[in-house]
Design a protein around this ligand. Structure first.
Ligand code: M6R
Length: 599
């Protein structure tokens, strides 16, 4: 969360910084700010609200500085207002910092620094960094940053500058930073999209790295000041992949990109009716699978449990990463720990992975962002190759994650000496085309969205593999339309939630044909008997449901293992069209950020 960009080069920095911040807004958009060095002075602007407000505030300023830092914030400590916006400063306005992460011991440090006479202006934890650097500054920003960081508990992606030094000093611990290498200019940012307009040559900082950016380019050192060698990588991303390309919102674009993202996740992984994955594992040693993730990725993990238990035949435990890391889990070297994360930077997922590895578990990552921290720390992984997901509400990553889990399950079964049915492999290969067909029927969803946009509560029900899909449908609706929605295993409503049902409670039921269809029909009947309005997601065999449900959304029929990929699509669309009809900012829902790099 929070986006950082820094620039050192020959061009005026302000436009580069603003453009970079706009590309980082998915990480937070409560407030933003920038700071340039001009004629040995810091020239700084801050605004509450999105980056366009900051852009407006500097529009008529003649900003010439060639060195600068900027930040877009997702508030953790302190209200999302102008005072708490970054950059933050020392007492004499000579040092400016932008920070992503959480300083856990900031209260103790603030007390210490205040007792020494430092005056704080914001409520943030980050401001202690500026004052600590000031405390240790004796003419070298680099040395002062090293000394300050020695006192910090918590996480940081930090970039600092000093009026009297032509350089940026950056450091990373558990919060990503990437250096971009241009022609006579150097960038530093929390994520590649911020600098992609300028360069594709990047260096990812590792935890414990310190970077000094100046007229000589960049140097990377450890926190003892010793030089380090880090590989320059070429980013494979193209700028048009991070544009809206005519869609009203990134979320809609990403929903419609799903046929292609599934093609990508499958590419090269099914040849001659064999699944090909390259995993660095000791398969025979594995007796149990543990999957940890957050949010939408946690829903994929639940689907993974159903799939892996049935197809591989090993017990699977699924945990919220935030719970796993603190519950003293019993993990050993007979466990395979799977971390699922679109961004590969989610703080809790990363901490859970480290915890599992410390206990000796083998690890595997299912990750979208190439080169992200989870991807770099796992023993082996399956990249989704779904392309950048910018809308805060995850869509194409979800269906790609399920597809990756299907690949893993089939691969594993194959490694155990079983053959995967050709009909199943054929369905897997055709999944992108079926998704395409499902998307073409979005007209039925638009109509329902208009009809239901003013309801205040929704229930989503599913059974088996479609129970996590119900959870995902409810999450999509609540996070972008702010309508209260709950997902339940359909049979569970009798144990409480059925009390909520009346004609003000639309109930979305995943009722596609499978072994549990009869049971779902009984659940629909129970809802109808209480006056509930049922929107049923059905496939071709819907005659019987048709008589019961009030509204139908039909999807193409598929084997039950593939049904979560297909069934979630109308739920993504329903959430999108409701939020859009309400006039909400779908890509930047309130209080949220795309990448949750704080716990
Ligand atoms: O990047 P990750 O997959 O680790 O992110 C996990 C969650 O933060 C994410 O899925 C979040 O729940 C989305 N807003 C869901 O749409």
């Amino acid at each position: 969360m929070c986006g950082i960009i820094g620039y050192y080069g020959q061009h005026p920095a302000s436009k580069i910084l603003i453009d970079g911040l706009k590309r980082l807004e998915y990480r937070g958009y409560d407030s933003s700010g920038l700071c340039l060095v001009e004629d040995n002075k810091l020239v700084c602007y801050k605004q509450a609200g999105p980056v366009t407000y900051l852009e407006g505030a500097i529009a008529h300023q003649d900003l010439k500085g060639h060195i600068g830092i900027a930040h877009t914030r997702w508030a953790t400590h302190g209200a999302p207002n102008e005072i708490n916006a970054h950059p933050h400063f020392d007492c004499h306005h000579q040092i400016a910092i932008v920070h992503n992460g959480i300083i856990e011991n900031y209260q103790a440090l603030k007390q210490l620094l205040s007792s020494e006479g430092h005056v704080f202006t914001s409520e943030t934890d980050s401001e202690v960094l500026a004052h600590l650097i000031e405390k240790f500054y004796t003419g070298s920003l680099e040395e002062a940053v090293i000394k300050a960081l020695a006192l910090i508990e918590g996480s940081y992606g930090l970039v600092a500058l000093h009026v009297n030094e032509n350089k940026l000093v950056a450091a990373r611990r558990s919060s990503p930073l990437v250096i971009g290498i241009g022609q006579g200019e150097t960038f530093i940012a929390s994520d590649v999209p911020a600098i992609l307009n300028h360069t594709k040559d990047v260096v990812y900082l590792e935890d414990g790295d310190l970077a000094i950016i100046d007229e000589g380019g960049y140097q990377i050192k450890n926190l003892a000041g010793e030089p380090l060698d880090r590989r320059v990588e070429e980013v494979k991303l193209n700028i048009d992949q991070i544009e809206k390309k005519g869609y009203k919102h990134f979320m809609l674009k990403e929903i419609f990109e799903q046929p292609q993202s599934l093609v990508n996740v499958l590419a090269g992984r099914i040849t001659n009716n064999q699944i090909k994955l390259s995993l660095n594992w000791h398969r025979e040693a594995i007796e149990r699978i543990i999957i940890a993730a957050c949010g939408t990725s946690w829903h994929s993990a639940l689907i993974g449990k159903y799939l892996l238990e049935e197809i591989v035949g090993l017990p699977v435990e699924v945990d919220y990463a935030s719970e796993f890391r603190y519950r003293h889990p019993l993990v050993n070297n007979h466990d395979l720990f799977i971390a699922i994360s679109q961004s590969g930077e989610t703080a809790d997922t990363l901490a859970a992975l480290r915890e599992a590895k410390n206990h000796g578990a083998q690890s595997l990552g299912i990750v979208n962002v190439v080169g992200s921290t989870v991807a770099r720390e796992v023993d082996s992984g399956i990249y989704l190759h779904a392309g950048p997901e910018i809308g805060v509400a995850s869509t194409k990553a979800f269906t790609a994650q399920i597809t990756a889990l299907l690949l893993l399950a089939f691969y594993w079964r194959q490694e155990m000496g079983y053959k995967i049915d050709e009909s199943i492999l054929s369905e897997l290969r055709h999944l992108p085309a079926v998704v395409e067909k499902t998307l073409k029927a979005n007209g039925q969803v638009i109509e329902l969205a208009r009809r239901f946009m003013n309801f205040e509560h929704f229930l989503y029900l599913g059974r088996g593999l479609n129970f996590p899909v119900a959870l995902e449908g409810a999450l999509k609706l609540k996070e972008i339309s702010y309508i209260h929605a709950e997902g339940y295993p359909a049979a569970e409503i009798k144990h409480g939630p059925i009390a909520l049902i009346d004609d003000n409670m639309p109930v979305v039921v995943l009722a596609t044909k499978n072994d549990l269809s009869d049971k779902i029909l009984s659940n629909i009947q129970e809802i109808k008997a209480r006056g509930g309005q049922v929107i049923a997601i059905v496939d071709q065999d819907y005659e019987v449901v048709k008589k019961l449900a009030d509204y139908l959304i039909s999807v193409p029929p598929v084997h039950v293992w593939f049904s979560p990929v297909i069934n979630v699509i109308p739920l993504q669309l329903l959430a999108y069209y409701i939020a859009d009809a309400k006039g909400l900012d779908v890509d930047k829902p309130r209080n949220l950020a795309k990448s949750v790099t704080v716990e």
